[in-house]
Design a protein around this ligand. Structure first.
Ligand code: AMP
Length: 198
């Protein structure tokens, strides 16, 4: 990504679980602090618990800008973060994933469960097709994402994907490295469709 590009809005995929280790929560605080320092708007799933809740809480505590995007059915079961004023309630999970990507300057995946993994893999799939071209940063705290990274590398080794596809994501070891990784991510464009098929 060109260093002259200004990062205004970053979408973060992350866990909803309340039972995770403190180190993941502290790392989410670090991500929020880096966004606050650069006046970056957080876009997230709109939840009040887990890493989602922690990120939003840390941003809001310092007057940061936060946008939540949540399907209506989650609001109905009271999952929405009450402190986030700017929550867009959407029809379903598909619309939510689409809205996450609209207008974002980068995507970040913190550790999470199947929801986070699914969102991350969909974004990578769209990027392979040239339908999403922004940096994707995977925060591999304490090797959390090692098995997924290995799986993706195996896809390339066994020619289910091409070596160029390894440039679609950047792996960092903690959230302090996220913004530098966004600024130095390899360029990607719609022309990726030309080498999407192996
Ligand atoms: P996971 O990584 O499996 O925790 O998934 C994160 C995603 O799970 C979010 O983007 C939501 O779609 C969904 N989700 C699951 N539980 C909750 C919750 N309590 N509040 C908000 N979103 C949730």
């Amino acid at each position: 990504m060109k260093s002259s590009v200004i990062i205004r809005q970053v979408c973060v995929y992350c866990a909803s679980s309340k039972k995770i280790d403190e180190r993941y929560l502290l790392d989410a605080d670090a991500l929020a602090e880096s966004f606050l320092a650069k006046d970056i708007t957080l876009v997230f799933g709109g939840g009040s618990v887990g890493l989602m809740g922690r990120l939003a809480d840390r941003m809001l505590a310092s007057g940061g800008r936060v946008i939540g995007i949540m399907p209506q059915f989650m609001k109905d079961v009271e999952w929405a973060h009450k402190g986030v004023n700017d929550i867009k309630f959407v029809k379903d999970m598909h619309e939510r994933k689409k809205r996450f990507l609209d207008g974002t300057d980068a995507l970040v995946a913190l550790p999470g469960g199947c929801g986070t993994l699914e969102e991350l893999l969909e974004a990578i799939t769209l990027k392979r097709l040239g339908l999403f071209v922004k940096p994707i940063i995977i925060v591999n705290l304490d090797g959390f994402y090692d098995p997924l990274i290995k799986m993706l590398e195996r896809c390339v080794e066994e020619r289910f994907m091409a070596p160029e596809h390894l440039k679609m994501w950047t792996i960092v070891s903690d959230s302090k490295e996220v913004l530098p990784a966004i600024y130095t991510a390899p360029e990607w464009d719609e022309g990726a469709i030309k080498f999407a098929a192996v």
